[in-house]
Design a protein around this ligand. Structure first.
Ligand SMILES: *[C@@H]1O[C@H](CO)[C@@H](O)[C@H](O)[C@H]1NC(C)=O
Ligand SMILES: *[C@@H]1O[C@H](CO)[C@@H](O)[C@H](O)[C@H]1NC(C)=O
Ligand SMILES: *[C@@H]1O[C@H](CO)[C@@H](O)[C@H](O)[C@H]1NC(C)=O
Ligand SMILES: *[C@@H]1O[C@H](CO)[C@@H](O)[C@H](O)[C@H]1NC(C)=O
Ligand SMILES: *[C@@H]1O[C@H](CO)[C@@H](O)[C@H](O)[C@H]1NC(C)=O
Length: 408
């Protein structure tokens, strides 16, 4: 063996991702390879009472510190195309206690801002039965100006958005006919969950688009997405207002609905979930993805034998959903907010950050923040914002978000 062939043989033992490095593609400074084979067999494992979806898995040879230091984790070399040559992750805001950065992350192309919302019902947010969660926003120019830093908390201004009339307990959002559509979880017995449309510019005026199903209150509307072709509004309804003590016991099973805003017709497109949560479409509109946070019962604990899963459906020509299949089962935590990039890769907010799969469900990599990241979104090409409850992050990568241009 020549010295060179010994080197090639040694690199081959280290696995294909590292071998590709020897082929000339260099690993970005912010990235590291996670070798999945290195943890197929562990020397010690713990029973479920000690290690479960609540715990972050640190594979052999790593520490939580080393995972955080280079936060773009390459599980498959396809991830290198997604993150590009110089990905960055910057913490742009921190809240000591109040989970101000929760969900409903949505880009306003016109104002170059990103909107998001506080965690409705979380004990430390002091919201719930008597006070609604707030909508907030940042300017993308402010975030871009600090993207060289890993921690820029305090340097980016977070502004409260005074929606009027106020959206009550917002949780999900997407672009809709030049406006923003938000799901509201409702409050108590008399403020029903609703779909709200908000003007993304002053005076942030709002209009309620839907607040019942043939007179019955929804449980707590959670997420919303517009189909790229038929333009109908698809949304999930689930129990979180109830298990966070700000909505009465559910009066409907948890399911996914579809509204045709032109005729007003509301139909159910999928059921048989534990807690249907995030919802999105592939860029061509052929697939729908539904996350199920079944393990999470809010204030009432966790049940690790339930779903922490992404289900994929075929979207038929007529807009109905067919052929449900398991796309991914996630650990740690459960997949919550979900979005595709322009290539159809699937991203979900999970217990340790954003996890990314290709369209056949292969885990490509993670944008690791080390804590629950309920939602995130792209802001056009190469930019993302991640909500991780008490921390807000700005990300630059190569990938581009999947947007329905006509809705922007
Ligand atoms: C597992 O055990 C082997 C053999 O004792 C040892 O070489 C290795 O370092 C151990 N790995 C870890 C992660 O402790
Ligand atoms: C509330 O905030 C405190 C202080 O940051 C934290 O220790 C605690 O876990 C939080 N409680 C909840 C329910 O999030
Ligand atoms: C980041 O740092 C590089 C190198 O110092 C500099 O060229 C670039 O302009 C900086 N970018 C921003 C947005 O500050
Ligand atoms: C906000 O007000 C403007 C001006 O009256 C109106 O054109 C627009 O439809 C309103 N938007 C919403 C979401 O209510
Ligand atoms: C957890 O979920 C399983 C499956 O639905 C159920 O059988 C079990 O009773 C649940 N456990 C608790 C503690 O609720």
């Amino acid at each position: 063996m020549t010295a060179a062939s010994v080197l090639v043989a040694a690199l081959a033992l280290l696995g294909p991702s590292l071998l590709s490095q020897a082929d000339g593609s260099s690993l970005p400074a912010q990235a590291q390879v996670i070798d999945q084979k290195s943890f197929n067999v562990l020397n010690t494992t713990q029973p479920p009472s000690e290690f479960n979806a609540d715990n972050i898995f640190v594979s052999p040879g790593h520490t939580e510190e080393s995972l955080t230091k280079r936060p773009f984790h390459v599980y498959d070399k396809e991830f290198l195309n997604i993150i590009g040559k110089n990905p960055t992750l910057t913490r742009i805001a921190h809240s000591p206690k109040d989970p101000l950065y929760h969900e409903a992350v949505v880009w306003s192309k016109e104002t170059e801002e990103v909107f998001f919302v506080q965690n409705a019902g979380a004990k430390n947010s002091s919201t719930g039965l008597h006070k609604s969660a707030i909508i907030e926003k940042i300017s993308l120019a402010d975030a871009a100006a600090v993207s060289n830093k890993s921690d820029a908390a305090g340097l980016v201004k977070v502004t409260a958005v005074p929606s009027s009339p106020m959206v009550v307990n917002p949780n999900g959002a997407t672009n809709y006919r030049g406006q923003i559509i938000l799901t509201g979880e409702g409050q108590g017995n008399n403020t029903p969950p609703a779909l709200w449309v908000m003007n993304p510019q002053k005076p942030y005026n709002t209009t309620v688009l839907l607040n019942n199903y043939f007179g019955r209150q929804f449980n707590s509307l959670n997420d919303v997405s517009i189909h790229p072709k038929n333009k109908d509004v698809y949304f999930t309804d689930t129990i979180y207002g109830y298990v966070q003590d700000f909505r009465p016991a559910p009066g409907l099973q948890d399911q996914v609905y579809r509204l045709n805003p032109d005729t007003g017709a509301v139909t159910v497109v999928a059921d048989r979930f534990d807690h249907p949560n995030g919802f999105t479409f592939s860029p061509d509109g052929k697939y729908a993805y539904v996350t199920d946070t079944g393990i999470n019962y809010g204030f009432y604990g966790m049940n690790f034998t339930r779903a922490a899963s992404i289900y994929r459906f075929d979207v038929k020509e007529d807009g109905t959903l067919d052929n449900r299949k398991v796309f991914a089962f996630v650990s740690p935590g459960a997949p919550d907010g979900i979005h595709c990039d322009s290539e159809g890769n699937v991203y979900a907010g999970c217990g340790d950050g954003i996890q990314v799969w290709n369209p056949s469900g292969k885990l490509l990599g993670k944008i690791y923040v080390g804590s629950t990241s309920a939602n995130f979104n792209f802001a056009g090409k190469g930019r993302m914002v991640i909500c991780a409850e008490t921390d807000l992050y700005y990300v630059t990568v190569a990938a581009e978000g999947n947007f329905v241009e006509s809705e922007m």
